[in-house]
Design a protein around this ligand. Structure first.
Ligand code: AMP
Ligand code: MG
Length: 529
């Protein structure tokens, strides 16, 4: 097992190592290698070697023991003394380096809110390097470790408030089984950071096989410089070689990559919709080339169901509302396709092969979405009208702003052998204001279940594996943030543990499974972070 390479064989798993750092030879840093290879010929280099701005008096808010274990790190890695260079706390708050790292900040561009925004880049992210781990090669990135060449006029920092949200939501999404960047650590500092008010700084350590975004490709496309064209092809080759090796022999790698990313994005959109997750800032620079959920900002999970829900207070037009997300996913894929066009020579004008690949979204997304709704309804077979059945339920839910998470979870206990008005079905039925409309739907549901010979107990079990009890509602994050801002990190840590198992009811967490309090509607989350 490769784990052995990460931990000396004579270290008992529970012993606190006196000192620890990843072995220098485990740092692969292939993206840094690509950046060096492309060199100085580009108008702006792909990446710039960089270091974090030291963060005064850092301390842990929380660390992710599960992820550390998956990375093959020894127990107590987060409390080991300075090893070959420095302690994890120092390194992962941007204050020191471990031997073998190749920290850098990278450039990308993108469309923000539908408008070409030009050059952006890692304004506050620092890629420490890429580490060989039992999970495969993983990039380790800090968010909030200070300004970089791409910070423009901003400070390169992240505040504790938004860092807690990212730390918790990454793990919540992972717990839900939805592809996402992970969060390994959250450290805080008393350093003041100016937002609407003065807040304090924090750093999240993120982990993913790659942090490459659609925007990286857009960056090297919007120019006539031949070196930039070469960089575009090199980036495609890099991503295909390391992350989509099954496409290596494709006649046109850029086209094959577009198709693969389209499929992953379609299924990611369906996954988000199915748990009521709203990303909030689906700009092309926030879209992962691996189809991961990335850049948690003003995200939110639906409470009372409203398809037009806008989670980002700065999104005045509702471009990124829950209902719009799948369509925006497609819009972003078109921007990616546009960026890849120079590598896909064909007839002039609209490139028919690219148009054809993009058209695939019209089947991939609905198919992925239907599969999700079917699973959420506990349907074991695939019938033509299943999509309609789900939409009909959503319509009744929208009329009464029925709680999205609670409704689907309670539906697991639905008795299909009884009429809707049976007392056993009250926990679901009572959620709906318009009982007649709900009953009409419920009779269809009963008939559909009976038609496939569904067994309630088995269906309940299936449904409880896809309909979570717990999602990171804004008010839950808010309570954890308030306490953390007062110096108490226990609620952050409790929610972190809770959300790792969102499908299992956990003792003492009844309130987290319940309706949001009235004050939850007053929470405003914006791009300020
Ligand atoms: P976002 O909307 O968070 O995806 O950010 C858009 C761009 O602004 C990205 O290139 C970020 O790295 C950059 N950015 C956001 N906040 C900051 C900050 N406080 N300092 C520097 N750059 C930032
Ligand atoms: Mg971003």
């Amino acid at each position: 097992m490769s784990t052995l390479r990460h931990m000396p064989a004579d270290t008992p798993p529970s012993a606190a190592p006196a000192s620890w750092a990843p072995e220098p030879a485990l740092w692969l840093n292939r993206f840094a290698g690509l950046s060096r290879e492309l060199g100085e010929r580009l108008s702006v280099p792909l990446g710039t070697p960089w270091e974090g701005d030291p963060l005064p008096r850092p301390s842990w808010v929380a660390t992710n023991a599960n992820l550390a274990r998956e990375l093959g790190w020894p127990e107590h890695w987060d409390h080991a003394e300075a090893g070959q260079g420095a302690s994890a706390l120092k390194v992962l708050s941007g204050n020191a380096q471990w031997p073998g790292m190749a920290p850098m900040a990278t450039v990308y561009s993108g469309h923000q809110f539908g408008v070409w925004a030009g050059q952006l880049g890692d304004g506050r992210a620092l890629l420490l390097g890429e580490l060989d781990t039992p999970l495969g090669p993983q990039e380790i990135q800090l968010k909030g470790a200070g300004s970089t060449p791409y910070s423009r006029r901003a400070d390169g920092r992240a505040v504790l408030r938004s860092s807690i949200r990212e730390f918790l939501c990454s793990e919540a999404m992972h717990g839900l089984g939805i592809p996402t960047t992970r969060a390994l650590t959250l450290s805080a500092s008393p350093k003041p950071v100016m937002r609407e008010t003065v807040e304090t700084a924090a750093v999240v350590t993120r982990v993913a096989p790659s942090f490459i975004r659609f925007g990286h490709f857009e960056h090297f496309s919007y120019t006539q410089n031949p070196a930039e064209r070469e960089a575009l092809q090199a980036l495609v080759d890099f991503v295909v070689t390391h992350h989509y090796p099954e496409l290596l022999d494709a006649p046109n790698r850029a086209l094959a990559l577009l198709e693969a990313v389209l499929q992953r994005t379609a299924s990611l959109m369906a996954a988000w919709q199915s748990v009521g997750f709203c990303h909030g800032v689906m700009n092309t620079d926030n879209m992962s080339i691996l189809g991961l959920t990335i850049d948690y900002g003003p995200f939110g999970f639906l409470d009372g169901f409203n398809p037009d829900h806008i989670c980002n207070h700065s999104d005045t037009q509702g471009r990124y509302s829950w209902n719009n997300q799948p369509q925006i996913g497609y819009w972003n894929l078109r921007a990616l396709a546009q960026a890849l066009l120079p590598l896909i020579p064909e007839a002039k004008g609209d490139n028919p092969v690219v148009v054809n690949v993009l058209k695939g979204y019209e089947t991939h997304f609905p198919a992925a979405m239907r599969a999700r709704w079917r699973a959420k309804l506990g349907l074991a077979t695939d019938q033509d009208d299943d999509g309609k059945l789900a939409v009909a339920l959503l319509e009744v839910m929208a009329q009464g702003a029925v709680d999205f998470t609670i409704a689907f979870r309670r539906l697991a206990g639905w008795r299909s052998d009884l009429p809707p008005e049976a007392p056993e079905n009250a926990p679901v039925r009572d959620l709906f204001l318009d009982r007649a409309a709900f009953d009409a739907w419920a009779l269809r549901y009963n008939a559909r279940l009976q038609a496939e010979g569904s067994i309630d107990a088995e269906r309940a079990e299936r449904m409880r594996r896809v309909n979570p009890v717990y999602v990171l509602r804004n008010h839950m994050a808010e309570v954890a943030i308030k306490q953390a801002q007062a110096g108490d990190y226990s609620e952050v840590q409790r929610l972190h543990r809770l959300l790792q198992n969102p499908f299992d009811e956990q003792p003492g967490a009844e309130a987290d499974a319940g309706f949001p309090p009235d004050w939850a509607t007053s929470i405003e989350v914006s791009c300020s972070s």
